[in-house]
Design a binder for this molecule. Structure first.
Ligand code: ZN
Length: 174
């Protein structure tokens, strides 16, 4: 399966709002496999299609942390139906923002509705790291990035840094 180059900031494609998938065709299924391979190769735990420049609401996640027993989850058109009042905080990284970790507080549990890889409508209760990860990836589908949680000053500083140094190719989580 071909690996796809991951788009990094400040590429404006990351700000695009991804379109829902109307029908799961071979094209989408191939894209899902490519996303999965690209995510594992980059040592990430989640990847949205927009991160390889394709504005479709497709997300692949594997938070199993066990390289031998991969447990990928495929979310097509994921939507958060409900979320807990209780929150949790993770230091989040992003494959599109190398070498940057930002502490973000999010709902601890979310109920996600999505289409699975067989084209069936499903719901999944996501907890802990999976909850944080699916929220992070759905934000990618809406053109939102973790740097948006920073103050304008810090955000501008980071964007400037990445605009100057486009050669960075380090790999980080998510
Ligand atoms: Zn990300």
């Amino acid at each position: 399966m071909p690996l796809k180059p991951i788009v990094t900031i400040p590429d404006p494609v990351l700000r695009k709002i991804s379109e829902p998938v109307e029908k799961l065709t071979n094209e989408e299924l191939k894209l899902i496999k490519d996303l999965e391979d690209t995510m594992y190769e980059a040592n990430g735990i989640g990847l949205a299609a927009i991160q390889v420049g394709i504005p479709k609401r497709i997300v692949v996640i594997d938070v199993s942390k066990d390289a031998k027993f991969k447990k990928p989850n495929y979310f097509i058109n994921p939507v958060i139906k409900s979320f807990s009042k209780e929150t949790s905080i993770y230091e989040e990284g992003c494959l599109s923002i190398p070498e940057t970790f930002i502490e973000i507080e999010r709902p601890k549990n979310v109920l996600v509705e999505y289409i699975d890889i067989d084209g069936l409508k499903k719901e999944m209760k996501c907890e802990g790291l999976l909850s944080t990860c699916i929220q992070h990836e759905i934000e990618h589908c809406d053109g939102k990035l973790i740097i948006d949680y920073l103050s304008k000053l810090k955000k501008d500083f980071l964007i400037k840094k990445f605009s100057k140094n486009k050669s960075s190719n380090s790999k980080v989580i998510v």
